[in-house]
Design a protein around this ligand. Structure first.
Ligand code: IVH
Length: 688
């Protein structure tokens, strides 16, 4: 049995090692030892403390796992009030300029005086926390509360891996005797998504009292104010420091940036987007740059914060009521807002997909006015239980289509029924079916369905299909809404008379369109097949089919088994093609298009195996002397080769031009045959 002093020393050493590795893991994101080694050290310390409870310290990493549930939180009076911050609501640059103008006025600076130095930071969207360290050890964590009195959430905060339980200083930068670090507890978006997925799985397997969270902020705030620390310990929280309360006995700081730098040195997480800037222009630039990156950040922010950097100037500026004069929050347009659902419509897409869409009372969110938000599909709509008349939270981030995040259940006063997906297409009345394993209902009406017609026409006319210039969205809307066009062949029955009747259609444009339609009649089989908009049949598949069968009729007549013989055609594509051509109205559309004069060169079926480069994979890189990349690709594909994007062991040939880079290196490494343009042409002739 070792002496007690030895045990104490061992416990101390273990704590130090665990602190060091936790900091590398949680804060620096650069672990130095495998998780298993960390766990081993952790268990050793746990066992020591178990056997000798008097060795337990509040800063021991074992204290992170969460203690017993509480009845409620004790109140904590803040030594230095936790103030809030003035908010500039201007969305544009004026927010930053107003602040700088105000600072210069308050500081009585003239035009000739140099620019004021600021610190620009992110405004994290979480929950403000005060962390009190005494002699470097975390002794208390409290929420802001009303700014004077908050709640003691120490147990929960101890479970946050990023928050150091002990600060490590050194001789040149000792940790103050008392230090209150202030910052934001938040949840990263990926952690939030993962956690919600787990919550959904629990709910699906019948767990009661579990719920999903609306957004990372609510999830973080909920976790911090969770009475059972064991539950809080399972919530993936993060932390950034941006300020402080009481500081007693430590280095003399001159600027705000210096303090944040010291925090970093002591092991407290500080965002690396903190910038020291001068004057209004640099604040404007910061606001713009962050605004652009906002959606790529791993966590939510709702704006930026500007602070006067000099602590002496901060003191001079002082406070107005409960806000410091020396700081301002400059917000971005909110990405979430509450509004009401006026109706739930079901929209029909090109391939017949039915999407429930909430029609909303107009609301300004994410910088635009939103009136529609997707509910994705039946399961999503059910899970969120969105009903007509509900108050809902709508989110629009970046260019993503707006979505309903959640219903505000407390505000439901009506008894509207739950949403159900129609079993008939709301537009053409054909059966809507949901196939096994799929999330979506689809209308079975195909090209016959009016709602799918507009999308189908646009798809048919696009450059990569029939290439009908001038057939844009507005015109298609007009033609379909006026009942002039019901099916694809109607396009080729258009006359000047129809077009002249349309608004904003001049004679010249009408004539051009008719000429373009005429020209489009001469096409190729792959373009025609792709243009039909058959589900799962993209350009490449259309090409494979055309090459394999040579002409349209055998494709239309092919059984799924026969279709499966086409290289790269799998069961899903085969089934989709077969179903499409089994519908009499789809066959009718094809016949009518042919009758309207659409034609393409048809050839003999060319079994792929008979082509000279069948089964060969070729990669192109660099610039060839005479052939463009497209030309080389077309020639290779016509000879039956597959043109791939990257070099692998499966690559048979690499065709390299000038400025070939890493693909050439890779090919050399793998011993792939390397050809130049002359070699390529020889290969196309000989086939080996
Ligand atoms: S400074 C005395 N800096 O926004 C100034 N606050 O209303 C105290 N926040 O309660 C706040 N990021 O919860 C500051 N970089 C940042 C911040 C920040 C988020 C929060 C904080 C505060 C609220 C301001």
């Amino acid at each position: 049995m070792p002496l007690f002093a030895d045990i104490e020393q061992r416990a101390q050493a273990l704590r130090q090692q665990l602190h060091h590795h936790a900091h590398r893991y949680y804060v620096l994101d650069a672990p130095a030892i495998p998780d298993a080694d960390y766990d081993r050290l952790f268990r050793e310390l746990q066992a020591l403390e178990e056997a000798h409870p008097e060795l337990r310290r509040p800063d021991s990493p074992t204290q992170r796992v969460g203690g017993k549930p509480l009845d409620g939180f004790a109140k904590v009076r803040h030594q230095v009030p936790m103030l809030s911050i003035r908010t500039e609501t201007d969305i544009e640059a004026t927010g930053a300029r107003n602040f700088d103008t105000r600072m210069r006025r308050e500081l009585r600076l003239g035009e000739a005086d140099p620019p004021v130095e600021y610190v620009a930071e992110l405004k994290f969207d979480g929950l403000a926390i005060n962390l009190r360290y005494e002699h470097g050890v975390l002794v208390q964590a409290a929420t802001r509360g009303d700014g004077e009195v908050g709640e003691d959430v120490t147990q929960n905060i101890r479970t946050v891996g990023q928050i150091p339980l002990r600060l490590e200083g050194d001789a040149s930068l000792p940790v103050p005797r008392v230090l209150e670090v202030r910052g934001e507890v938040y949840m990263r978006r990926d952690d939030f998504e993962r956690m919600n997925e787990q919550q959904r799985a629990k709910i699906d397997s019948g767990a009661k009292n579990e719920k999903t969270f609306v957004n990372p902020r609510n999830a973080a705030a909920g976790a911090v104010r969770q009475l059972d620390p064991a539950i809080a310990a399972q919530r993936p929280l993060s932390f950034f420091a941006y300020g402080w309360g009481e500081i007693g006995g430590g280095p003399d700081f001159v600027t705000h940036a210096q303090v944040l730098q010291a925090f970093k040195t002591w092991g407290v997480p500080v965002s690396d987007r903190v910038r020291v800037t001068r004057g209004a222009d640099e604040l404007v630039a910061f606001h713009q740059a962050v605004g652009q990156d906002r959606d790529q950040l791993p966590f939510d922010i709702d704006g930026v914060v500007y602070k006067v950097n000099s602590l002496a100037l901060q003191r001079q500026l002082g406070f107005v009521t409960r806000e410091p004069r020396w700081a301002v929050a400059h917000k971005f347009p909110a990405q979430e807002q509450t509004t009401t659902v006026e109706a739930i419509d079901v929209q029909v897409g090109r391939t017949g997909k039915l999407t429930p869409v909430a029609k909303l009372a107009p609301v300004f969110v994410g910088g635009v006015t939103v009136t529609n938000a997707t509910l994705h599909n039946e399961d999503e709509a059910r899970r969120k239980d969105v009903r007509v008349g509900d108050h809902v939270i709508v989110r629009r981030a970046g260019d993503v289509i707006p979505e309903v995040v959640a219903v505000v259940p407390e505000r439901r006063t009506h008894d509207a029924p739950p949403f159900t997906m129609p079993r008939q297409c709301p537009v053409c009345g054909s059966d809507a079916v949901r196939e096994e394993g799929e999330a979506d209902y689809r209308c079975t009406g195909g090209l016959f369905c009016a709602a799918q017609r507009k999308q189908a026409l646009l798809h048919f006319g696009q450059r990569r299909a029939l290439d009908i210039e001038g057939l844009g969205e507005k015109l298609v809307d007009q033609l379909v809404d006026a009942g002039i066009i019901r099916t694809l062949p109607d396009l080729y029955r258009l006359g000047l008379g129809h077009l002249a009747a349309l608004e904003r259609m001049g004679d010249k444009s009408a004539q051009n369109l008719l000429a373009n339609l005429e020209q489009s009649k001469q096409t190729t089989l792959p373009r025609f097949l792709f243009g039909l908009g058959i589900r799962h049949v993209g350009e490449a598949t259309a090409r494979d089919l055309a090459r394999h069968f040579g002409s349209l009729d055998p494709i239309m007549a092919a059984s799924p088994d026969r279709l499966l013989q086409v290289p790269d055609v799998g069961p899903i594509v085969a089934e989709s093609l077969h179903t499409f051509f089994a519908q009499p109205h789809n066959r009718e559309v094809v016949e009518q298009l042919r009758a309207c004069g659409l034609h393409w060169p048809e050839g003999e079926p060319a079994p792929v195996a008979s082509l000279p480069l069948a089964g060969k994979t070729v990669v192109l890189t660099g610039t060839l002397p005479t052939l463009s990349r497209e030309e080389a690709k077309t020639m290779l594909e016509a000879a039956g080769a597959k043109v791939a994007a990257s070099v692998s062991r499966k690559t048979d040939y690499l065709v390299a031009g000038t400025e070939a880079g890493s693909k050439l290196d890779k090919a050399r490494e793998l011993g792939t045959v390397i050809l130049d343009e002359v070699g390529l042409k020889a290969l196309l002739l000989s086939g080996n």
